[in-house]
Ligand binder design. Structure first.
Ligand SMILES: CC(C)(COP(=O)(O)OP(=O)(O)OC[C@H]1O[C@@H](n2cnc3c(N)ncnc32)[C@H](O)[C@@H]1OP(=O)(O)O)[C@@H](O)C(=O)NCCC(=O)NCCS
Length: 190
């Protein structure tokens, strides 16, 4: 299954409204991602994405066969951490567990490493979000730290963890970011 990361377009309104309106997605994201997710939320997001400054963030649709089935982003930390990029992502539930997030993560990491001087890519994940943790691990990310009770969501304190991928790891293994499920080559042991 071949996916493409591309800019958001006005024609994605219907698909983003359909897939984003899902508590199973919102429960794993920051509260800035609303639930319910209305057409108005989708319209606001598309307009924001089209105006966003690529020096500060990349907001990309995960496109399968011309339909936006999810979202992936990179936010560049330029103040006291000029060398870091944080990634975030979600995927429409009908497409889960087919290796698509692993592929999207690997693609955005390859772009970040080839098009910027970012040294460290990281993601913050709820400890219980096994699917996201597995997807990051498939792409060579390593667990950096666990932060207990660092998130307050849905009336509960939750533990989160940070995964990171360093440029030097990637450069030691030129073909490292290849999800195992989608390719016959084994990823290198990082
Ligand atoms: C996280 C998310 C993007 C993963 O997308 P995906 O395309 O299903 O991910 P992949 O198929 O690439 O990889 C998921 C891995 O987790 C595994 N997995 C999924 N659910 C699991 C579970 N409940 N327990 C154990 N493993 C699980 C899958 O088997 C797969 O591992 P494998 O390839 O070794 O079999 C998707 O579940 C999602 O959008 N969730 C809601 C939003 C979210 O959590 N975003 C990330 C915030 S950090």
């Amino acid at each position: 299954m071949s996916i493409l990361l591309r800019p958001w377009a006005a024609c994605d309104l219907e698909s983003i409204s359909r897939y984003a309106n899902n508590p199973n997605i919102a429960n794993n994201l920051r509260d800035t991602f609303p639930h319910p997710y209305t057409q108005e939320d989708a319209r606001w997001f598309l307009s924001y994405a089209q105006r966003s400054d690529p020096k500060r963030e990349w907001l990309l649709a995960i496109d399968l066969g011309g339909t936006a089935i999810g979202s992936i982003s990179a936010t560049f930390h330029r103040d006291i951490r000029p060398v870091s990029a944080e990634i975030g992502y979600w995927l429409g539930e009908p497409y889960w567990n087919q290796g698509i997030a692993s592929t999207a993560i690997s693609q955005i990491c390859q772009r970040i490493l080839s098009q910027t001087d970012v040294q460290r890519i990281f993601a913050e994940v709820l400890v219980e979000n096994t699917a996201s943790r597995h997807a990051l691990e498939h792409c060579g990310f390593q667990l950096e730290r666990v932060q207990e009770r660092s998130i307050y969501k849905g009336g509960q304190y939750l533990d989160s963890c940070t995964y990171q991928l360093l440029r030097q790891w990637a450069e030691s293994f030129p073909d490292y970011i290849i999800p195992t499920r989608l390719n016959s080559q084994n990823p290198p042991a990082l």
